[in-house]
Design a protein around this ligand. Structure first.
Ligand code: SAH
Ligand code: SF4
Length: 385
């Protein structure tokens, strides 16, 4: 928790018990921890001098041993539809992306959990970037902090712009388990971002053992990237399926909802790829697969990126797929594509990843072949425009 660069404790990384322990360790009472959490996460303050209800001595002491340090904003884009995207630069120069999607009273922040992703789903540009590393808690919460601050200081009635958080940015959150849990605790905490438990959603490609652990650790909404109704196709689209096949994944989903013993459902995400997984037979198989799982289905029309090899189905095909599922009794929504003009749509987030798996190089070679021109790796995000 101590930042290697400064030797100070970054308070953005601490959940409530950790913050209390930190204040106890410097000889202060618990309530100080609560005051400081409110300054940090509610008022978006990063300067101890601004914390007017702390005495001068404590403020000076805090500045010596602690810091409130979020990643830097490398780029900020605003879409015509109100969507905002931040490219956030981490200490070692890697970048990840964070997206805010306003929708009436609702404001959803899509947060990244890793630099790149190791799982290499065939239709996902993040996967094509390869994998560099997990984000730390302060880097995950730093994204929420930056977004929250971008709306200015909230008034004292407590109006917040961010009402929902989805762990659907870059990376597989269940493969950065501990950091993601701590970050989600801070998101849910009233002294953190006060997001209701049903409004914090973790999306996973199906890391089955971690799905069982999740229940024991935190109460959040679960979304599963299903994308195919049979193992053969899912092995191709979501390669982690070879390790955790559909029967195990479906069992884990059932157990998750049953254990909570409330009316919750798992959201099944299904990206629609023209001619690949959007046929009538796929809808039929999906209905069979999900018949005993309390679930709702979220269809995501594929968002293209260069050399993906996939196409988005036309509107009629998408509607027909939806209607078949609805007729079978499934609540089925189609995710509207937002922020396309700023490359903020699902699966388009690329950040800037210094890949350790050589996958980005292979992908770059593929694009190069196609366009017969060199795209520098450092410019990989431009390939997405
Ligand atoms: N790794 C996690 C969370 C991040 S991906 C997961 O896979 O669930 C967030 C969602 O965007 C997932 O459902 C993912 O499958 C979807 N997605 C990825 N690439 C996409 C693309 N090109 N078009 C549309 N959705 C995509
Ligand atoms: Fe990783 Fe999710 Fe993209 Fe698959 S869809 S490569 S799990 S980020």
């Amino acid at each position: 928790m101590t930042a290697p660069q400064t030797g100070k404790t970054n308070l953005l990384a601490l959940n409530r018990p950790q913050m209390e322990a930190f204040f106890e360790s410097i000889g202060e009472k618990k309530f100080r921890a609560h005051q400081v959490m409110k300054w940090v996460h509610f008022f978006g303050v990063n300067d101890f001098e601004a914390m007017s209800n702390l005495g001068k001595v404590l403020r000076t002491r805090l500045a010596e041993v602690a810091e409130i340090r979020a990643p830097e904003i490398a780029l900020q884009s605003f879409s015509e539809d109100g969507t905002r995207k931040w490219v956030v630069r981490l200490d070692n120069g890697n970048c990840v992306e964070t997206v805010f999607i306003p929708d009436g009273e609702r404001g959803t922040l899509c947060v990244s959990s890793q630099v790149g992703c190791a799982l290499d789903c065939s239709f996902c540009s993040t996967g094509k970037q390869g994998f560099q590393r997990d984000l730390t808690v302060d880097e995950i919460i730093g994204q929420v902090w930056l977004a929250h601050r971008s709306f200015g200081v909230p008034d004292n009635r407590g109006h917040r712009h961010i009402t929902n958080v989805v762990m659907m940015g870059m990376g597989e959150p269940l493969l950065n388990f501990e950091n993601v849990i701590t970050a989600m605790e801070i998101m849910k905490d009233d002294l953190g971002y006060g997001v209701a438990k049903k409004r914090v959603t973790l999306s996973t490609s199906g890391i089955v053992p971690k799905m069982y652990e999740l229940y024991d650790r935190i109460d959040v909404a679960l979304a599963v990237s299903l994308h195919a109704p049979n193992d053969e196709l899912r092995n191709e689209l979501v390669p982690v399926n070879k390790k955790y096949p559909l029967a195990d994944l479906i069992a884990a989903c059932k157990e998750y909802v049953t254990k909570f013993n409330d009316s919750r459902r798992v959201t099944m995400e299904y990206v629609l790829l023209d001619g690949v997984n959007d046929k009538f037979e796929h809808a039929e198989q999906l209905i069979e697969l999900l018949k005993d799982v309390p679930s709702k289905i979220n269809l995501i029309p594929f968002n293209p990126f260069p050399s993906s090899g996939y196409k988005r189905p036309n509107g009629l095909r998408i509607r027909a797929f939806q209607e078949r599922l609805q007729k079978a009794g499934f609540v089925t929504t189609i995710r509207t594509t937002r922020g396309e003009d700023i490359d903020a749509a699902c699966g388009q987030l690329v950040g800037q990843v210094q890949d350790r798996t050589r996958r980005a190089e292979q992908w770059q070679a593929k694009i190069q072949d196609k366009h017969n021109k060199k795209i520098p790796l450092s410019d990989a995000s431009a390939a997405n425009r």
